[in-house]
Design a protein around this ligand. Structure first.
Ligand SMILES: [Zn+2]
Length: 155
C-alpha cells in the first residue's frame, strides 16, 4: 500500500511539490498552521488543488478543449506556468504579488538571502521553505494571499 501510494505520488506531475517526501504517510507539520484559511490555501497549493491555470485549464469546458500543459501560462505575466511556485515566489508582473513577497521575505528575516541563493527555481525555493516548519505559518499566509490576488484576474 505504502509503496503504491509513493509510486503514485512520485509519478503524477500534478503532485510535483510532494515528490521526494521521505515518508509519504506521515503527519505534516504545516497542518499545524493555526489559521484555517491559510492552512487550506497552503495545502491546496502543495497538492495542486487550486484555481490557478495549470489546473483549471487541464479540463475541457464547453466550447474549449483542454489546454496543453505548457500553454497554461500565468494570467499576469504570460512568461511562466500559472502554478503555485510561480504565483507565490516568482511572478513580478503586477504590484500585488511583488508587495506580498516583499512582506513575506521581510518576515522570513535574515534567512531569506541564503534561501533565495540556494534555490535553483521557484519550486525548489518552495521546497526549501517547506523544510522549515518555523516558516509554515508565513508560507501559508503567502499562499492564501497569492490565491486572493490571482482570483481577481480572469485566466
Ligand atoms: Zn506571472
Amino acid at each position: 500500500m505504502r509503496m503504491a501510494l509513493r509510486s503514485a505520488v512520485e509519478t503524477l506531475p500534478k503532485l510535483v511539490l510532494l515528490h521526494g517526501r521521505p515518508d509519504i504517510l506521515s503527519f505534516r507539520p504545516y497542518l499545524h498552521v493555526m489559521v484555517p484559511q491559510h492552512r487550506i490555501a497552503l495545502t491546496r497549493m502543495l497538492v495542486s488543488d487550486h484555481p490557478l491555470a495549470v489546473e483549471r485549464l487541464r479540463w475541457a469546458k464547453r466550447y474549449r478543449p483542454p489546454v496543453p500543459w505548457h500553454e497554461r501560462l500565468c494570467r499576469l505575466c504570460r512568461d511562466a506556468l500559472d502554478d503555485s511556485p510561480h504565483t507565490m515566489l516568482e511572478c513580478s508582473a503586477a504590484a500585488d504579488p511583488v508587495a506580498l513577497r516583499d512582506v513575506f521575505w521581510g518576515k522570513v528575516g535574515a534567512e531569506w538571502a541564503r534561501l533565495r541563493s540556494a534555490a535553483h527555481d521557484p519550486a525548489h525555493a518552495l521546497a526549501l521553505l517547506m523544510a522549515r516548519p518555523s516558516l509554515h505559518g508565513l508560507v501559508a499566509k503567502l499562499a492564501y494571499d497569492a490565491l486572493e490576488v490571482y482570483a481577481r484576474v480572469p485566466i
